[in-house]
Write a protein that binds this ligand. Structure first.
Ligand SMILES: [Zn+2]
Length: 374
């Protein structure tokens, strides 16, 4: 049986895209296309109050600029709003919630974040766990109980709980590709790890290492990725995907909200259900979502989803002036007028590829394939 990669680019339309989003898109594209996978576009409009059409327009503009193609998903704003919005999948989210409720692993919670006694270091203190509250719109949220012993073995940047929690590396005889040709996830992951180790060991850029200068005729020194000047060595760190780590979900996240007070699904539930619908088995996301990955995996196991065997590649976040880029840190928006080249080159540098040869997405993919998929 041939398990192919299925992945997705899943931006949130709650702000304009920044250079970190673009870096994530490129990595997702590279990992998926280099291994002949399927790539979907999914726009995660779960946070409806923050939804704005101009953010969706921005997503399409930036993807267009980058030249990323998809095997499925909305082709434009109109199609997104009329066919692909998460609003149309509310029933699927409700079914997942019902299933969890029937297992007795959820409870309603009336706390708000301003209630200091309900939280300790950001972790919910289970104040409502035994109150037997009912869900009531605008008054309670629903939380999932996380067992204290929910120690989840995580390869920080490529997670497969089965493969990494004691299952031996069975991929020695696999050839080529992030995924094995006959065996399922475990072997695929082991292979993936090998490729990632190669990635980690790759030459080129070193953390805090030498300065990067481009061909002067390209005049990239003055260009920047919103705020990231490529010649600023403090802003640049080579990508380090692999770091073994075990995550205790109870300690890093605690009992988390799966259904919000406004009677809509929380990100972790909605994204999981959508990934299961698409058959996603590889997620490429920033390391800030490590806890989300663990939470989703945990939930997937409870729901008996295939997603329980999904793999994760967590990449570093881009930083500027010691601050990680995020929409909430109000990172500057990507300038479509500046073009895509600077982003290709930046990704190339992060991956230890020869940036001078990455003028087009096809060049970047070729170099990535050459290095990692053979
Ligand atoms: Zn509570």
């Amino acid at each position: 049986m041939n398990q192919k990669i299925t992945s997705r680019i899943a931006p949130t339309p709650s702000g304009f895209l920044h250079a970190g989003n673009v870096y994530n898109f490129l990595l997702t594209y590279l990992f998926t296309r280099a291994f002949d996978g399927k790539l979907y576009l999914r726009i995660d409009d779960y946070d409806l109050p923050r939804y704005r059409r101009q953010y969706v327009e921005n997503i399409f503009l930036v993807l267009d600029m980058l030249g990323i193609d998809f095997d499925g998903g909305p082709g434009g704003v109109g199609e997104f709003e009329t066919k692909f919005s998460s609003k149309f999948r509310l029933g699927a989210y409700q079914n997942a919630l019902k299933k969890l409720e029937q297992k007795g692993v959820c409870y309603a919670c009336e706390c708000s974040h301003s209630m200091k006694n309900s939280f300790k270091n950001g972790i919910y203190m289970r104040v409502c766990a035994d109150k037997n509250l009912k869900f009531k719109k605008d008054e309670t949220a629903i939380r999932l109980r996380v067992l204290d012993v929910a120690e989840i073995c995580v390869r920080q940047n490529l997670i497969n709980f089965d493969a990494l929690c004691g299952k031996p590396d069975g991929a020695a005889n696999q050839t080529g590709g992030l995924w094995g040709s006959e065996q399922k996830a475990q072997n695929g992951v082991a292979n993936g790890l090998k490729n990632l180790e190669k990635l980690g060991d790759s030459g080129g850029a070193k953390p805090g290492g030498e300065k990067f200068s481009f061909n002067a005729t390209e005049n990239l020194n003055s260009a920047n990725l919103g705020v990231l000047n490529l010649t600023d060595e403090t802003a640049f760190e080579a990508e380090k995907f692999a770091q073994a780590q075990s995550v205790n979900l109870a300690q890093i996240l605690g009992d988390f909200v799966i259904w919000k007070k406004d009677d809509t699904p929380a990100y972790n539930l909605a994204s999981l259900v959508d990934d299961e619908i698409l058959g996603v088995n590889l997620l490429v996301r920033g390391e800030d979502l490590l806890a989300c990955s663990a939470a989703q995996k945990y939930m997937a196991q409870m729901l008996g989803y295939d997603f329980a065997g999904a793999n994760f590649i967590h990449h570093g976040l881009l930083a500027h002036g010691g601050k990680k880029l995020s929409k909430s840190s109000s990172a500057p928006a990507v300038s479509v007028a500046d073009g895509a080249k600077i982003h290709y080159k930046f990704a190339a540098l992060k991956l230890g590829l020869d940036a001078s040869k990455c003028d087009a997405l096809s060049n970047l993919l070729e170099m990535f394939e050459e290095k990692f998929s053979r």
